[in-house]
Design a protein around this ligand. Structure first.
Ligand SMILES: [Zn+2]
Length: 584
């Protein structure tokens, strides 16, 4: 998901004010639809949470497949669904517990084709509980068919909260989208709402009104045209991220092309856009191939090349829906010459959808890498100056109020929302700067080798030899230690496991400069470049201390290329100044 407000700085003071009020100006400005009932119907705490400690019964399930039929009624903002879910029991099991918003009442359930008596299932808080007619032994499979319908929750400020976005195009046609990262897949389909609840396969059948299309995840199996003018769009996707399943409905026009990969395969590319902006749509589509080229060269194969690279224009800013990325950046132009929103969401195909963190606590691996890819792409295109300029824009956003990683099992909102004590936006900005510093510290090859192994679970990814996987901060740390054959735990402890940044203290006496790191996490042996007049010297800092001789009258600049994320009193004073201004 895009960082809240990150790229809306053009709105300046208004943005800061609105951010303080807890709303996103980007979303506010984009949601121009005719007043849907935003935030209604209300959600239970259970439905609103995604991830966290896994329910004991749900932990016993392997989610083999889901076949999801949706009927969409934009005129009354309602849906009807039939979900056929197949699970394998990892342990003996007497009941199925499945997450589903209670605003979508269940009208019928069949288990193994046999209808259950109404009243045998219950869903008071959003945990649909289905007693099994026959208990399952370890290794048994079960298929449940769940029919439901109702008025799904409407998002207030998607994608920073979630639900349906019922918008209209300029000429009054329905334009519908869903987001589910924060609140989870249970907003519109029965699922296991935690990161490791990915089904092995999902089939989608999306029935939409006349004249509308429903681009969605994976490959298009076909479109059924009905006598009443409606159509059903049939899609199939393997290993989707739980929040990656998305409905997109509108009077779309389609642009297609094919990308010849350096790995030998051809990747179909699609962009579904609203009518009336063909030139702008074509200009965005022209960015797909060079962006793929960057990711495939630097990270590795596009993870879903046998399905597609898909992007769809949405009435909200953006979201990393697997193989159907949401794009709502209004074709904005920027000094760096590419669309950051498209680039950011596409990065999540590697960092989010191929690599998914098993616990939201490690969410910075999605957003830190996802954010770092924009300056890195700037560098790929134009060199170090663009990289430094783009990276610098995020430095002042680092807040350091809470550690990036807590070491506990967390929900999405506990991590994303700084109001609830989470690291909030630091998972983007501090995550990105942590990676910037790490790349300099260990060097490009070890950095990208460790990254590649984290993403694919192997050093030699090729199309067909990997599938989406779960990862963690601890795993990334171990990979860095392994590829470098050194111990960098001090680095991960300092930047991710405590809030405050390391501070570099310097003093000069009798022609010698003393440097010392102050870090609450213990020894911090980070080397430091020091520029003396026109010469740069690397000062090694074993035990966090170092020194170097300084000629009389020399001009000194510490860390002249800003390689190291460290405490900046100037930025702290700036944050205090901004707070005071807003308070006044
Ligand atoms: Zn993101």
């Amino acid at each position: 998901m895009p960082n809240r407000g990150t790229h809306c700085l053009v709105y300046g003071h208004l943005l800061r004010l609105i951010n303080r009020l807890g709303t996103g100006i980007c979303a506010v400005m984009l949601l121009t639809a005719a007043a849907p009932r935003k935030g209604e119907p209300p959600l239970t705490a259970q439905t609103q949470r995604s991830g966290g400690v896994i329910d004991a019964d749900q932990a016993k399930l392997t989610f083999d497949s889901a076949d999801l039929s949706f009927e969409i009624f934009p005129d009354r903002e309602a849906i009807a669904g039939i979900a056929t879910l197949t699970f394998t029991a990892k342990e003996p099991l007497a009941r199925l517990v499945i997450d589903l918003d209670r605003n979508l009442p269940v009208s019928a359930i069949q288990v193994e084709g046999v209808a259950l008596r109404p009243g045998t299932w219950s869903n008071p808080q959003g945990k649909l509980t289905i007693p099994l007619p026959r208990p399952l032994a370890k290794g048994d499979r079960v298929t449940a068919r769940i029919s439901y319908r109702g008025t799904p929750h409407v998002a207030v400020r998607a994608p920073w909260d979630d639900g349906f976005v019922w918008a209209k195009t300029k000429d009054g046609k329905p334009w519908v989208a869903t987001t589910a990262e924060g609140y989870g897949c249970d907003l519109f389909w029965p699922c296991l709402d935690f990161p490791t609840g990915e089904p092995g396969r999902v089939d989608l059948h999306i029935k939409v009104p006349k004249g509308l299309s429903a681009p969605s995840n994976g490959i298009l199996l076909g479109v059924d045209r009905h006598r009443d003018g409606r159509s059903t769009w049939n899609w199939r996707i393997k290993h989707p991220n739980t929040y990656g399943i998305a409905l997109n409905i509108g009077p779309y026009q389609q642009i297609t092309g094919s990308y010849k990969s350096r790995f030998g395969n051809s990747i179909p590319m699609f962009y579904w856009h609203l009518p009336g902006a063909k030139d702008k749509a074509l200009a965005l589509f022209a960015e797909f191939a060079p962006t793929l080229d960057f990711f495939e060269s630097v990270i590795g194969p596009y993870p879903f090349g046998d399905e597609k690279l898909g992007v769809v224009e949405t009435p909200h800013l953006g979201m990393e829906h697997q193989t159907i990325n949401a794009y709502g950046n209004g074709y904005a132009k920027a000094a760096e010459g590419f669309d950051w929103l498209f680039q950011h969401e596409l990065s999540h195909e590697w960092f989010g959808n191929q690599l998914t963190v098993a616990n939201w606590d490690d969410y910075w691996l999605h957003e830190g890498f996802g954010s770092y890819m924009q300056p890195l792409y700037g560098r790929w295109r134009e060199g170090e100056a663009r990289y430094a300029a783009m990276l610098d824009l995020t430095r002042a956003k680092i807040i350091n109020a809470a550690p990036v990683v807590s070491g506990t099992i967390r929900t999405e909102e506990e991590v994303y929302e700084d109001k609830s004590g989470g690291p909030g936006g630091d998972i983007y900005s501090k995550g990105s700067w942590t990676l910037h510093t790490l790349r300099w510290l260990i060097g490009d090859k070890p950095f990208f080798d460790a990254t590649r192994r984290l993403v694919y679970g192997r050093p030699d990814p090729k199309p067909g030899n990997f599938v989406p996987r779960y990862g963690s901060t601890i795993e990334f740390e171990a990979l860095v230690n392994e590829v470098t054959e050194k111990n960098y735990t001090w680095f991960f402890n300092a930047y991710l496991r405590q809030a405050a940044l390391p501070e570099l203290i310097t003093s000069t006496q009798r022609g010698v400069m003393m440097l010392e790191w102050k870090s609450a996490s213990g020894p911090f042996p980070m080397p430091v470049d020091v520029q003396i007049d026109d010469q740069i010297t690397r000062v090694e800092m074993p035990d966090g201390k170092g020194s170097l001789p300084i000629p009389d009258g020399a001009h000194i600049v510490i860390d002249p290329f800003a390689r190291i994320l460290k405490r900046s009193r100037a930025i702290e004073k700036m944050h205090s100044f901004q707070q005071l201004r807003l308070g006044g």
